[in-house]
Each structure stands twice: as C-alpha cells, then as structure tokens.
Design a protein. Sequence first.
Lengths: 310, 480
Amino acid sequence: MEYFLQQLINGLTLGSIYGLIAIGYTMVYGIIGMINFAHGDIFMVGAFIALMVILALGLTASAGLAFMLLALFIVLVVAMVFTSVWGWTVERLAYRPLRGSFRLAPLITAIGMSIVLQNFVQVSQGARVKPLQPIISGGVKLSEGDGGNSIVVQLSYMQMIIIVTTVVLMAGFSLLIAKTTLGRAQRACEQDQKMAALLGVNVDRTISLTFIMGAALASVAGLMFLLYYGVIDFYIGFLAGVKAFTAAVLGGIGSLPGAMLGGLLIGLIETFWSGYFTVEYKDVAAFSILAIVLIFLPSGLLGRPDVEKV
Amino acid sequence: MTDETAGNVSSRTALGAAKRDVAPPAQAAPYGGGNLFAESLKDAVLVAIVTAALGFFFLGLRTEIGVGTLEMSTRWGLLISAVGVVFTGRLILNLMVFKSAQPLASRLPSISLPGDALGTIGRAAGPVLLVVALALPFLLLEFAGSRSRQFIDLSILILTYIMLGWGLNIVVGLAGLLDLGYVAFYAVGAYSFALLAEYFDLGFWICLPLAGILSAFWGILLGFPVLRLRGDYLAIVTLAFGEIIRVVLLNWYEFTNGPDGISGIPKPSLFGLEFTRGEGGFADVFGLEFSSLHRFIWLYYIILALALLTNFVTHRLRRLPIGRAWEALREDEIACRSLGINTRNTKLTAFAIGAMFGGFAGSFFATRQGFISPESFTFIESALILAIVVLGGLGSQIGVVVASVVMIGGIEMLRNLDFLKEIFGPTFEPTHYRMLIFGLAMVFIMVWKPRGLITSRVPSAALKERKRIGADMVSQGEGH
C-alpha cells in the first residue's frame, strides 16, 4: 500500500509533465490537423533556456525563500517568452508556407525541423549532458496510522510544485479556450477555417498564437523536467515528445482534457510498470496500452469520433 | 509584427484556402522605389530582432561543465555576426525577390518543360538509368581510381534506401497507409538473418527469403490492430510498433545480445564461391588476382537485383486487382467497401508486402555490415525513408530514386566539408553541421515542392488513353 501510494505520486508527477507537452500537440492538431513533430524539441529548447536563466540568476539551493520564489517566477516567464519565439518561428518557416497543401508535407517539414532544432542545440551548446544541482529539496512525509503498520509516503516540494503548476495552467488554459475572444477564434478555426476567415477571424494569427501557447506550455514542462531530474541534453525532446504525443492520441487528439488524462495515464502506466515489473520495458507497456485502447476506441478516450459524410 | 512579416511571404507561397482569393499585394499595389527600400528595411529589422531573440541563449551564451557545477560563458560576437548575416540576407532578398515588383525569379528564363517532353524523358530515363546502374561499378573502377571502393559503397547505400523507399511506397504511396515505423521491418529482416545465421548456421541465400517471410508476418501482425485506425492514430501506432521492436531488441539480452549487437554475420557467396583469399575463393576459381573490391561489386549487384525486383513487383501488382484495390483504398475507403472490396485483406496485404521488401533490405544490410545493433534501427531511419518517399513524390517510383540520390548522397557528401576548416579556423568541426544542414534541406525542399520532386503521375487505370496527371489529383497518404 505504501509502495503503491508512493508510485502513484511519482506517476502523477511524471504524468503532469507529459500532459503539459501533450496539450501543445493536441492544440496544434485540433486547429490545423497536423502532427507537430518538432514540439518535443521545443520542450527541449525550453529546458535549455530555463537552465541558462537559472545559471544567469545564480539560483542555488542556498537562496532564501523569497528570492527563490521570485527567481523561479522570472525563469518561468523568460523561458515561456523565448520558447514562444521559437515556436512561432518554427510555424512561420516550416508550416505556414504549406498551409492548404497536402497532409504529409508539413509532417516531413516537422521532422526536418525536429532534426534542425536537435542539431542546432547540439552544435551551439555541446553534446554533453548538462547537470544542474538540485534547487528545491525536501518535502513532507504524509503518514497515517501508528506503530508498526503506519503508512509513510514521501511528497517532495518539487512534486507538489509540478502538480500544482500543472493544475493551475490547465485550469487557466481551459478558461482561455472557453471564455476569451482568442479561445473562441481558435475553436472557430478548428471547425472551419474558411468560414472563420469570412467572419473576420484572422486565421493566420490565431494559428500562430496557438503555436505560441503550445510552446509556452512546453517550456513550463521543460523547466519542471529540468528541476525534477536535474539533467538535460539535446536529445530529451525526442522521447518526451513521442510519449506526449502518445498521451495526446490516447486521450483523443484535439481534446484538451483528453491530453491531460492521456498524460497522466501514460505517466502512471510507466511508473507502475517500472515499480512492479521491469524498468526496461516501461515504454513497451505504454505503447501496448495505447494500441489496445485504440483497438476498442479508435478515436482515443475522450476524442469525438468524426462522422464521415459521403 | 507577426502579420507584417507574414503577409508578404505567405501571399507568395502559402496556398491557404482563405488566402487564395486575395490577390498578392505585390500585384495589387507594386511598391515604388523609396517605399520598397523602406518596407524592405523595416521587414529586415524585424527579422533581425527575431533572430536576436532566437539566438540570445543559444548563440550568445554557452554552458560548460566546470568544477562541480555548470559554468556559463558569453559569445556576443557570434550572436551579433549571426544577426548581421540574417539582416543583410533578408534585406537583399526583400529587395530582389520578396517585395520587388519584378522578382528576380520572374526575370530568369523559365526552364519548365512541357508535359509531353517530360513524359518522353520519363520513359527514356528508366532504361538509361538501368544501363548506368548495371555498368556503374566498372565505370567507377575505371574513373574513380583509388576512391572507387568508397563510391561503390555509397552506391550500395543509396540502392538500399531506394529499395526501402520503394517498399514503403507500396504502403504509403499506393495503399495510402501512413507508416511511421517502417524501420521495424528493416530490423526484423536484419535480426532474422543474423539470428538464423548465429543459431542455425544458415547462409545468406537461405535466410533472405526466410527473413522476407518473417517480416511479412510481422507486417500482418502490425496490420491487425490498426485496421480500424485512420490518419494520425495509424501514424502513432506504427511509430510505437517501431519503438517496441527496438526496445525489445535492446533489452532481450540473452537472445539478441542487446546493445552489444551481433557480429560475424556471414557474407553472401556466389553460387557457393566465397570471396576469400586463397584456394577455392572467387578470385582463385576465375583466375583473377584477389581483391577485396570483388565482394563490394558482388554486394552492389545483389542490392541492385533486390531493388529492381521490388520495382518490378510493384509495377506488376499495380496492374493486378490487388494493386488497384490499394489505390482505390487510398482514394476512398467507403466507396471501396460499397463496391465489395475486402478492405481488411487489402490493407493487410499492403502491410505484408511492404514489410517483406523491408525485410529483404534488412538482411542485405546485415550481410553488408557484418554487424548489427539496435542503434541502426531508430525512429530517425523511419523518418528518413518516409522523407525520401515524400520528397521524391508519393507513389512515384523514379521520384524515390531521385530523392535517395539527393538525400543519401547529400548526407555522405556533407562528410567532406573539411575545406571549411580553412575558412573558420582549425577548431571548427564541420561534421557536426551535417545533420543540421540535412534537416534544413528537408524543410526547404518540402516548402519549395510540397508534392515532391516528381510532380506528375501515371494512373494505373485509364478509360481511353493513359496520360500523365498532376500529383495533386492523387490523394496521398491520408492514412485511411
């Protein structure tokens, strides 16, 4: 039981990171119907920018609480802004010229962009891993019962921060999509771009903003990943990207709650599989679950099956 | 800011549905002399600002592992020069191409050929290419001199990718099933041969068909769960399948030797003649002087024959009911079903036959390398093969050849960038930029020609006369 709860917390943490990346995939897919393969690498770029801002601010574990909170906030904002520029540029260079073209063309440019980003970071920052000293340490012990059969579960501050940030961002973005003009424009473009354009929605700008939002969320995930694992390199984007994409598809691509649910599920499956079975085959477990779910629900858990008109 | 820079280029390049009806601004109101310069300058400044924002952390700063912690150094010179290059380049492009009333491109003579001529060239190109391919090793021996071995090796590599491209073309180009895990079958073929050779001591020629059959079997195995999936759901499951195969190969240490791979894979023989030195070897029997090049040439002919077999089978299948069913499936699955085509079997055969050729190519890869490990079968290989198929023009056989030569040849050529050391100094390591340039090329070719390098297709079924049609008439890889 103790072990189970501990794994549950670890799984939720990992799942939150996947979920944040998966939202980027799902939003882009929803609006222009393409797999943004470079999104995982945008996440990696975000992690690198966060790392450099942390170093520039001289943030270490010995900093006072007030300074640490302020510094983390600055890191978050700077990483989000600069990663957004990357997301915007990728869309502008590789996807917008192909808008309205056939489906596989942007897929290939996305793979090309992924190769470009990985190698650009490798060339400019070196291929070696970048370790970061842990900044936020400690945590709380949650215990229940007493004597010999008490249950003690560790919940670190870092895990709390990750889960709370994810929940806050999720709520914020759901509100943004549901209530604001931008969100309405996004949903309009999702349904019918031509009609939205006729009704005065600036389609190109809406799509750009979608990419910017996705990149900003990915950079938050990058920062969390950096603080949680304490080591990044230019290649982390690929696996995280594939996992997050799996999560988006599992939840039903195009659905925001689906992406979060899929992310949590993938995180939990991976953690429990590593905890109870073998750590080597955790990816196989995640991918197999995906295949099995899709056999029975071909459009994911929360995805709407598209009705085909003949 | 986004709209300013965006509008002008996208009006020229993008074909967005919403934009199509709007006349490009360059035609509606041509920029005058002073106005042109001001506009171009403003645009170039904006682009330079974006570049500065992009490069600030990656070019301006650099982290290195120092004593106990990461140390950061600055290189503002690099950042400033990058911004300067982008600014100047953009300004020149703006003045000459993007915003100019008379773009440079329109002043150049058009080199596009009429459709008929292209058709004739297309028909003539096949046999000519075939003759060149058959004679290539001897031409190389004659003219390339000491580097002939390197060039023959490169030709073998290109042919391997041509074969893989043709194999994937069956699945993506003909049947319209988007497969992102094709490398799995390549891996299955390679490991089938390597393991059969290791455990049962079998030779290449017995294992080749066995590897093909095993791969086809795995193709069907993948096909079953994805029968009902479409589009990107199909893409992610095939990608996942490729990753599963790789992870299993990596971790099943007792059977596959894990990350250490399998070495000592036997070389192919010529009707029992080994390419070895001494008594009974190929050179001995034919009274030639022993040369290690003989084996390379033999390998070249094997892969040429395998690739031609793939092409031939594809061509024949397109005329058979099954091939027509694939293409019908690609165009419209519902219409297919209403006409009584068994879509399940059609999809499964496409996966199986595509996988079989992947398996053949895999066993060839194993025998050529003599050593395989899971590292050779990563997702990037799948992406590369798919890129070859799409860049060449989906469903176009000759397109795959062109794209393979350009991409694989290009990657290998980029290995010889040592002359750049003389420009940028001895610390400059050009090989690191190889994949960066490769990725950029992929993006540029695709933006330039979204339908691939070969933009016309010959339909397999025609009412009266068979004539070439534009590639946009064919629905492609939507993955139904």
